[in-house]
Write a protein that binds this ligand. Structure first.
Ligand SMILES: *[C@@H]1O[C@H](CO)[C@@H](O)[C@H](O)[C@H]1NC(C)=O
Ligand SMILES: *[C@@H]1O[C@H](CO)[C@@H](O)[C@H](O)[C@H]1NC(C)=O
Length: 361
């Protein structure tokens, strides 16, 4: 395992620039559509349409590096990993938010983003958000419309070739942070099992509606985000939250291995965001990152005590920051994660990368 990781690191070192070139030029099999489920790591604007209790990135300085500097609802300074992944899959950027679509018009291409910032695997995580249960219900409606328009066989073929990108779970784990008992692994395993049980049901539901090609993003080093660091002595990472996230992402990966064996035609690429962030933290300079701890946009300690709102300050050198606000990564980080997800080796993209997933028949 260690050897494999070492080889992977060397491979990365040698070919980071070629990843960049690959993203732009590689002939990746184009899926007919991309469907996105999850939280703020993939929300491209659904929450703009939700009640005021829902978290929103519809104001400056969100989107400061987006074309025309417009806040779109993306929780970053620019694009998200899902935008780069969709681009590599032959789609301009993430498919549009479900709530922005005219319900009287049916657009099967290029797909739909059902994602909603603040949601979790558990329906009890998040306020005023589209829960995963609701997101799957909305997808079910889409599948009904698709089947009515094109017939069952064509709909099944369309869905089986499409990419299903799922990024959720961090908000569930964050909600347990205040009650974590230091070093108690029994407690962590109980939390992991309860969240995983619901997530398994959700993946099975999406599969049962016709999805076959899954790109699932694992939770990262949640204990190292600025919003958690300011609650830990000396601004250090929370080892217990990191450990909870490590256990959870490993459990999700094992679940995907199990579903691959059990469900006919189920294929997946697991984007191991935890390993990706470990890689960056082990040698940030190599990836152009000079600030690992503080948020770029916000106020107070580590720029993470106050939200990223119009009167907050933001850093001029966004490419050198790991975190954009107290919780979310910068576009620079998302771009790197997308490169590793699409073209990278294990353990970053496991057992195959998204490029290979899309080429599979
Ligand atoms: C660890 O967590 C378990 C389950 O939540 C609990 O029953 C147990 O008392 C905890 N142990 C300690 C030492 O706090
Ligand atoms: C920004 O404005 C809000 C009120 O809208 C205020 O509570 C906050 O302290 C201000 N923050 C800064 C950094 O000035």
């Amino acid at each position: 395992m260690e050897k494999l990781q070492q080889a992977a690191t060397i491979f990365l070192f040698l070919s980071l620039t070629s990843f960049l070139a690959n993203l732009l030029t590689a002939a990746v099999a184009t899926p007919p559509a991309v469907f996105v489920f999850g939280d703020s790591t993939v929300d491209v604007g659904n929450n703009n349409f939700l009640p005021s209790g829902a978290p929103k990135a519809d104001h400056p300085h969100y989107g400061v590096d987006f074309p025309d500097h417009i806040p779109t609802g993306r929780f970053s300074n620019g694009l998200l990993a899902v935008d780069f992944v969709a681009h590599a899959a032959g789609i301009h950027r993430s498919p549009p938010p479900f709530l922005s679509l005219d319900p009287n018009v049916f657009y099967p291409r290029p797909g739909v983003s059902f994602a909603s910032a603040g949601c979790g695997v558990l329906d009890t995580t998040g306020t005023d958000v589209l829960t995963m249960t609701q997101q799957i219900k909305d997808f079910s409606t889409f599948v009904g419309d698709l089947t009515a328009a094109e017939g069952a066989q064509a709909a099944a073929a369309f869905l089986s070739k499409s990419l299903f990108y799922v990024s959720v779970g961090s908000n569930d784990l964050f909600s347990f942070f205040p009650v974590l008992i230091p070093g108690n692994s029994t407690q962590k395993d109980e939390i992991v099992a309860s969240v995983l049980f619901q997530f398994e049901g959700q993946l099975r539901s999406i599969y049962n509606l016709g999805a076959r090609k899954f790109a699932v993003v694992g939770t990262g080093q949640l204990g190292c985000i600025p919003g958690i660091r300011i609650r830990v002595l000396g601004g250090a990472c929370s080892p217990d939250l990191n450990d909870l996230s490590l256990r959870y992402k490993n459990a999700v990966r094992a679940l995907l291995d199990l579903l691959f064996v059990e469900l006919e035609g189920f294929k997946f690429s697991f984007s191991d965001f935890f390993e990706m962030t470990s890689l960056v933290q082990s040698d940030p300079q190599q990836y152009g990152i000079t600030e690992l701890a503080a948020a770029c946009c916000g106020s107070g300690s580590l720029n993470a005590e106050g939200p990223c709102i119009p009167n907050a300050t933001y850093c001029p050198d966004r490419k050198q920051y790991f975190s954009w606000d107290a919780i979310h990564p910068t576009q620079a980080l998302y771009r790197l994660a997308a490169e590793l997800s699409v073209n990278g080796p294990p353990p970053f993209a496991y057992p195959i990368n998204i490029h290979t997933l899309l080429q599979s028949t």
